[in-house]
Design a protein around this ligand. Sequence first.
Ligand code: FAD
Ligand code: DLZ
Ligand code: SF4
Length: 518
Amino acid sequence: MSTLRFILGDQLSRTIPTLDDLDHDADTVLMVEVMEEATYVPHHKQKIVLVLAAMRHFAESLRAEGIRVDYVRLDDPDNTGSFTGELERAARRHLPDAVVVTEPGEWRVLAAMEGWRRQLNIPVAIRPDTRFYCSRNDFAAWGRGKTSYRMEAFYRTWRARTGVLMEGDAPLGGRWNFDADNRKPWPADRAPPQRLRFAPDAVTRAVMDLVATRFPGHFGDLDDFGWGVTRADALAALEDFAVHCLPSFGDYQDAMRTGAPFLYHATLSPYLNAGLLTAREVVDRALEAFEGGTVPLNAIEGFVRQILGWREFIRGVYWLRMPGYAETNALAATRGLPTFYWTGETAMNCLHQAITDTKRQAYAHHINRLMVTGNFALLAGIRPAEIEEWYLVVYADAYEWVELPNVHGMALFADGGLMSSKPYAAGGAYIDRMSDYCGGCAYSPKVKQGPRACPFNDLYWAFLIRNARALSRNPRLAMPYRTLAAWDQARKDGIVARADRFLDGLPTGYPATMTPPA
Ligand code: FAD
Ligand code: DLZ
Ligand code: SF4
């Protein structure tokens, strides 16, 4: 019995179920570099480099174990360009008795996988992905009967189930949530920490050349590529984070600072999502640091919440609600995406900084994603599909299972509150409090009208006015709606007119230098 074991670019884990029961003598592992995966959205150049270089290294590590690997490169002249085409070709080469895969991270790919049995005419086993704390079935059981899902409730249940940061039935330290301690702005005199980055090796440099030649019109710079591409790199990044950054992770979790995109964040999501690290080993290493006494409770709880809470919850919502989840547009948002999302060329310094960091590093931390680029898209009423595509393109860690609920549900409220109790809408004062961006901006959050007025302020109030029917009864928005109720109609009309004038003046669509999606 020979089995063809197909491993995708975000399944680079030795523990991937595809490799369970591998027969070294009879089986072949298949890995394929295909144009379809690089172009179904025009991914950031660094994301393509990271995935392809990590795939090549992973294949080598399997070969070093004596495993037979059939690896198809992007520039193979016979490459058909798709998972399905390459699997068909490989099945003709190897004549396997069966194919084994692990469920993918995107609905689009699962739909293709489900056709493989018929197309290949041999058994195809799609195994559940066991690299998460919460299986799709367990999440479905937890969500049964609920009309909305809340991360906090999920997180408490899973803390109790796993025993992480628990003292018997109670949360360690007497509280489930230390978020209130985790909102310190970055002190002006504090230097950002030096972060561990990785110099590209020969394999990575060859992929960088390939990407520069084949995808010149994709978003993003290659010059600063510093991501790890091997399991050893990912473990080193985890170690560096646990020792040097985790102790301060909580305090400055929401802070933003010019020219310092990483601060004390883990920068581990590209490795977790590609499979170079598992959630359990990241949480276990963080807990070990906490037990060693170097990490305060607000930091470890804040970090565990991100992985055991948010990451698992987001994945659960994606698989429970897809494919219909992507189709909702609760706030009827229809504007095109401003061109500055691709170029970074805008006088709004917060957006300029967040987008420039993103171009340079294929990274921005959570608050930049949520409260700068996400907040603008929410307030401006950008059509969900357009801004969702942007998020899927620009980040090294972006795969639809994690990108979509974060954007559609958390940033845009396009699901009407299925996973958030209110939209994350904010004016300029929030960005001013949490960053140093406003100091270097052509606008000021303190100026309410005229050419220096921060556009976020009118956009914020105009958003609430426009969406009053959908949002004014939300108890968590009672305060701003009370403020609005005290304003006369002429004042409100003026705000909406100024906001519309500002938005109507923004060019939309891809710049001429970029490749639109295939
Ligand atoms: P840290 O802040 O140090 O957090 C530690 C880890 O927790 C991360 O590595 C990540 O695995 C996990 N995590 C934290 N928050 C979330 C979350 N909301 N959802 C899922 N995992 C989380 N994350 C992605 O991995 N891919 C995406 O495509 C993605 N798109 C996002 C889009 C928007 C609009 C928003 C608001 C958030 C998005 N996130 C996404 C979540 C989060 O911003 C990133 O996981 C985080 O910035 C990654 O950097 P880090 O490793 O330094 O994270
Ligand atoms: C993101 C990506 C890219 C750019 N290229 C490949 C590839 O050539 N081969 C591959 O197996 N995977 C690639 N990936 C990751 C896939 O897009 C990812 O595995 C699917 O979206 C399923 O989650
Ligand atoms: Fe952003 Fe407004 Fe601050 Fe400028 S003034 S950086 S636009 S929040």
